[in-house]
Design a protein around this ligand. Structure first.
Ligand code: PRE
Length: 361
């Protein structure tokens, strides 16, 4: 390096040091003020420290201010971590997720809450609900739909009996990697993965591994664990799982849809105030009468409410009896949504508001 280059580098690093000093003292100042907010909440007996609607407003403002060079996604992640650390000064949140470690649910947990939480891996979706209902965890993170494979029925069905509310959502881009102790696909005799993951890679497997046996297991992490113990096995899982289990990545991003994504729900006990950009989820039990869907869709149309999703599931009460799960844009306190609900209630057996929550930022 020339003398001039070396002097330039020293000067640039001095500038970075000066900026870091400012950033650090601003973060400390912010944490101090967040501590004061928490102290003011403490006066209230039923104090709620975690406020997802406020956090999503902060993150939207970060995106709106961004002029580069860092992407919105990167800045949101950094601010998420700052808020996560500020909140954890009081008491780290306990978050139950569909485990084991290394699953996409774990990734969604840290993306949504930041890393200053106590993440608790659970063995099933039912167990995530149970832990939150029992108050062992403050919130839970469960998958609800995948852009390639559709609904996660287990999660929808849990809402039929659970009193929990939806407090948030996060869309996670999902990329799948083929990993093994072996370096070559020719040496693989069996491929393990979760049923949903195998389905999301169906086309790739048909074209590239038509003769290799595929076996569905309870999670992608369990698949990686098995591949780590076996000479001629591979797993399909997320990128970070490979390092966790000491496996080589043989093929990258083998999902059939390049924009494959999974939507996760945050479940808890809180009903949230409006954040300004919200969704409302409903569960509707049908009356055995003709025109039911019409009676659901008509008021939405009249009130100008946008529906983003509709699913039906067997009610499990009697044969050919169904419940509908509907997502709409808006908050339950918004006039058009409130009017829509009143109208739907007149023609259906039961309308349960599963929650109004900030749209994924
Ligand atoms: O605004 C609040 O209510 C705060 O507690 C502050 C703060 C933050 O760091 O910005 C921290 C935690 C909450 O979840 C939301 C926001």
């Amino acid at each position: 390096m020339s003398q001039k280059n070396s002097a330039d580098l020293t000067q640039l690093r001095d500038q970075i040091d000066a900026i870091d000093t400012k950033i650090q003292s601003l973060i400390a100042e912010r944490a101090g003020i967040a501590g004061l907010v928490a102290a003011s909440k403490r006066h209230n007996k039923s104090a709620v420290y975690y406020r997802p609607e406020r956090e999503s407003q902060v993150l939207r403002a970060v995106k709106a201010r961004n002029q580069g060079p860092l992407s919105d996604e990167v800045l949101v992640r950094l601010f998420r971590e700052i808020m996560s650390a500020c909140l954890a000064q009081q008491k780290p949140l306990k978050i139950a997720f569909l485990g084991p470690e290394g699953t996409f649910s774990e990734m969604a947990t840290y993306r949504y809450f930041g890393h200053s939480v106590q993440a608790m891996p659970e063995s099933s979706i039912d167990q995530v609900f149970t832990e939150v209902e029992a108050g062992v965890a403050d919130f839970g993170v469960v998958p609800v739909e995948n852009s390639t494979e559709g609904a996660v029925n287990n999660t929808l069905d849990m809402f039929m009996s659970s009193p929990l509310k939806i407090c948030g959502e996060i869309d996670l881009p999902i990329h799948h990697y083929l990993m093994s102790k072996q370096q070559r696909l020719d040496d693989i005799k069996i491929i393990y993965s979760h049923r949903q993951t195998l389905a999301q890679c169906r086309g790739w497997l048909k074209s590239n591994a038509p003769d290799i046996e595929t076996v569905a297991v309870s999670s992608n992490a369990e698949a990686a664990r098995r591949a780590a113990y076996s000479e001629h096995a591979a797993a399909i899982a997320g990128q970070t799982t490979a390092a966790l289990y000491g496996l080589h990545i043989l093929h990258q991003q083998i999902e059939d849809q390049a924009d494959n994504a999974t939507r996760f729900l945050i479940i808890g006990n809180q009903l949230l105030a409006a954040s300004g950009d919200d969704k409302t989820s409903l569960m509707i039990a049908a009356k055995d009468e003709p025109g039911l869907l019409y009676h659901i869709l008509r008021p939405m149309n009249e009130q100008g409410v946008t529906m983003t999703r509709i699913e039906s599931r067997p009610s499990k009460r009697k044969r050919w009896d169904y419940v509908f799960f509907i997502d709409m844009i808006g908050h339950v306190d918004d006039k058009p949504i409130a009017a829509t609900l009143r109208e739907i209630q007149r023609f259906t057996q039961q309308v349960k508001v599963l929650g109004s929550y900030p749209k994924s930022v």
